[in-house]
Design a protein around this ligand. Structure first.
Ligand SMILES: [Zn+2]
Length: 332
């Protein structure tokens, strides 16, 4: 489990947390907010490790007993809140693991730290249940709520937490990280970094996917053939993507990346800024078949499709609407 120094980006947020520790001004409640994969949990774990560290100097030292316990996920005073139902954190979950438990003093740490991933899934009752703990916490309690949507919290919760907002990490940093940590060629790192839009977790997911080349080839084939395929064939084709270990949303992001290249090339004629460097010929050819507005419209349709899928709109219908827009605007 990494300490602060192993985390990519988020420099200001880390400085804030380090200062809180060194000055003893640690808040009892935090919200770490940021898109999925921005590293909320990694940061929360590093913060917890640093808070509990008993070593000298820079924290977390990574070598003391407490750091070892934290790194192996076995620190008795760092508690990760889990939940029974996949889509909601109920009042029983928080009563058992937090509200009741927090009254028991730390086992051997200075703090007792609760980390709750997907905290926006708390029901209103669950939020009200933890409210009292957040209002009148024992001195040793630190509660860290992780979320990709802090608007999902009651105002009373939000107003009592320190908000740490995690922004996507710049592409260059993501690329550097991938080149150093995952052995992939330069152009693949470019694609993964652009695809992830600052989201290290997402970049790593694609970069380490054994299916990277197959996924990319599938997307390229679809882009080339969509014009002449029937909608039902396209839907069947896209369904096959689920054999790879990426989500349809991720797949759509790869398509969006391609169209971004097209807009970029159309606007600048500059080949250096192209992400799909190994597909320049296809880009040159496809660009002739569509208008600037047409590509913009396609990119907008991809975003809409992602939103629809997230809202559980019927898959076939969503794909049909998306590919109608693509067929209308890209004449293959
Ligand atoms: Zn330590």
């Amino acid at each position: 489990m990494p300490g602060f120094k192993d985390i990519i980006g988020h420099k200001r947020e880390i400085e804030h947390l380090e200062k809180a520790i060194s000055t003893g001004k640690v808040s009892h409640a935090y919200i770490f907010s940021g898109e999925k994969g921005t590293g909320k949990l990694t940061l929360a774990n590093a913060f917890a490790m640093a808070l509990q560290c008993t070593g000298e100097g820079e924290k977390p030292c990574g070598t003391c007993h407490s750091c070892h316990q934290a790194a192996s996920g076995n620190h008795p005073d760092i508690i990760h809140i889990t939940h029974e139902k996949p889509n909601s954190i109920g009042v029983d979950d928080v009563r058992d693991q937090l509200v009741g438990d927090v009254q028991i003093r730390p086992y051997n740490g200075k703090y007792k730290i609760y980390i709750m991933p997907d905290a926006e899934k708390m029901t209103v009752q669950a939020q009200n249940a933890i409210l009292k703990t957040i209002e009148e916490p024992p001195e040793y309690a630190v509660i860290i709520l992780l979320t990709d949507n802090e608007q999902g919290f009651l105002d009373t919760i939000r107003s009592r937490c320190v908000l740490i907002q995690l922004k996507p990490v710049p592409d260059e940093q993501v690329k550097k990280y991938l080149m150093e940590h995952v052995e992939i060629p330069d152009y693949q790192a470019d694609i993964c970094a652009a695809f992830a839009q600052g989201n290290i977790g997402k970049a790593e997911r694609l970069a380490t996917s054994e299916d990277f080349n197959a996924i990319k080839a599938s997307a390229m084939k679809l882009i080339r053939k969509a014009g002449t395929m029937s909608i039902s064939d396209i839907i069947e084709y896209v369904k096959e993507v689920q054999d790879y270990k990426i989500s349809i949303q991720d797949y759509l992001d790869i398509l969006a990346l391609w169209y971004r290249d097209m807009v970029y090339f159309k606007a600048t004629k500059d080949v250096n800024g192209i992400i799909f460097q190994d597909e320049l010929r296809t880009i040159r050819e496809t660009v002739k078949l569509c208008s600037y507005e047409g590509v913009e419209e396609v990119m907008q349709a991809i975003e809409t499709a992602k939103t629809r899928l997230a809202a559980n709109v019927n898959f076939d219908l969503t794909m049909e609407l998306l590919f109608l827009v693509i067929k209308e605007n890209i004449h293959g």
